[in-house]
Design a protein around this ligand. Structure first.
Ligand code: GLA
Length: 390
């Protein structure tokens, strides 16, 4: 933990705040160089963490953004609003860095209209049927914010709150730790839930996201990360090749609630046990891919969930996780109405999400792995995104 103690000069902070606000007004000028809060890591490498103001919420709460850099050209920017990954620069096969996640340049867009771009999603990622579940004899009614169902924690989920942040390595080489206390009754969930999320980079070119949570009353918890990836850095993602380490998936009804069945992927457009492009069979899947895959590892142990290869850039992303499920969402609801970074419209299939998670609607599906966290237990989850090129 050496080198985390440098204090930011107040003058520089004020100047950066001013420049941050300018950026929020739509000025597309390059962001100012942030003030350093970390020393170069031992051995004199460039790896560090820096922070700067990133505007304010409409309620006036200050938001900060942290830039993490490793020695290999990997750079992640994460902000306290929604513990959100704002950008992720990854070199292509020629060594040229490119931002591979969709989003906005300034805070404003995230507040006004974000389909969970880069968000930390909770208290319950994905859907709970009719926003209703029964736990220890009590029935809880959550917001129905997705048709008749509950989605991604409700009206004001973890993606829309401002988290506390501090530099912390976590299990990586450089990182930032976000903390949030979700109060008993928030979004109608039971129990005070204390949550931490650590984003860290390693020099093995990994972005690691690790979660912990404790509660004082039994509650469902299902935390995930909602980046829209595009390893080509733009255009549609249909040419990306996916290999998913899953022999089964959970079929859904019209409202995208699992039926309870675990169906083999064999001989279906859901079979990614060998590499297939996203576009190859997408027309056979009504609405596009938006399904939970049942990972071979079964959860608990860190295991390879999915490998993505993008032929034009040569970029590869491999995701490993302790979670038993993976929601593969092919950006079906993106419709061009959002203008994101670089003034570019986010059209259908311009990004895809790979959300490591427990299965949707688990609180109402006793046969699925349990998502109930009880007092005294610690919720732990780890997902690693490893980057390389060929
Ligand atoms: C998740 C869901 C999708 C969609 C997106 C957000 O991935 O599974 O159906 O709601 O979030 O647009």
């Amino acid at each position: 933990m050496k080198g985390w103690t440098r204090i930011i000069a107040v003058g520089a902070f004020g100047l950066l705040a001013l420049m941050g606000l300018t950026a929020c007004k739509g000025n597309k000028a390059a962001l100012p160089e942030p003030a350093a809060v970390g020393e170069p890591a031992e051995g004199g490498t460039a790896m560090n963490v820096q922070k700067q103001p990133f505007g304010r919420t409409p309620e006036g709460t200050a938001v900060e953004i942290y830039a993490l850099t490793n020695d290999k050209g990997l750079k992640a920017r994460v902000m306290t609003y929604g513990a959100t990954l704002v950008s992720l620069e990854v070199p292509d096969r020629t060594g040229k860095p490119g931002d591979i996640v969709l989003g906005y340049e300034a805070l404003d867009g995230y507040i006004k209209n974000s389909p969970y771009f880069g968000s930390t999603v909770g208290r319950y990622g994905n859907r709970i049927a009719k926003g209703k579940f029964t736990l220890d004899g009590a029935t809880y009614r959550l917001a129905t914010n997705n048709g008749e169902n509950h989605l991604h924690g409700g009206i004001k989920g973890f993606d829309k709150v401002v988290w506390k942040a501090e530099p912390a390595r976590g299990d990586g080489d450089v990182g930032v730790k976000f903390s949030y206390l979700s109060k008993d009754g928030e979004e109608a969930y039971p129990g005070n839930l204390a949550v931490t999320v650590v984003y860290s980079l390693t020099n093995a070119n990994e972005l690691r996201i690790s979660y912990e949570a404790t509660t004082d009353k039994a509650t469902p918890v299902n935390l995930t990360h909602h980046s829209y990836f595009n390893l080509a850095g733009g255009g549609d993602v249909l040419g990306h090749e996916l290999t998913i380490n899953a022999e089964g998936y959970t079929p859904v009804d019209a409202g995208l609630i699992p039926t309870g069945e675990i169906r083999p992927v064999k001989d279906s457009p859901f079979d990614f046990t060998t590499p297939h492009s996203i576009g190859e069979r997408i027309a056979q899947v009504e609405g596009g891919y938006d399904h939970n895959f049942v990972l071979r590892g079964g959860g608990g142990m860190i295991d390879l969930a999915v490998r993505v290869y993008e032929p034009k850039s040569g970029r590869i992303m491999e995701i490993s996780t302790t979670e038993p499920g993976l929601q593969f969402y092919s950006g079906n609801f993106l419709d061009g109405t959002i203008t994101g970074k670089g003034g570019k419209a986010c059209l259908k299939h311009y990004g895809f999400c790979l959300e490591t998670q427990h299965f949707p609607d688990s609180p109402n599906k006793p046969i699925f792995p349990s998502t109930i966290l009880r007092p005294g237990a610690v919720y732990k989850s780890l997902t690693i995104h490893k980057f390389s090129t060929i």
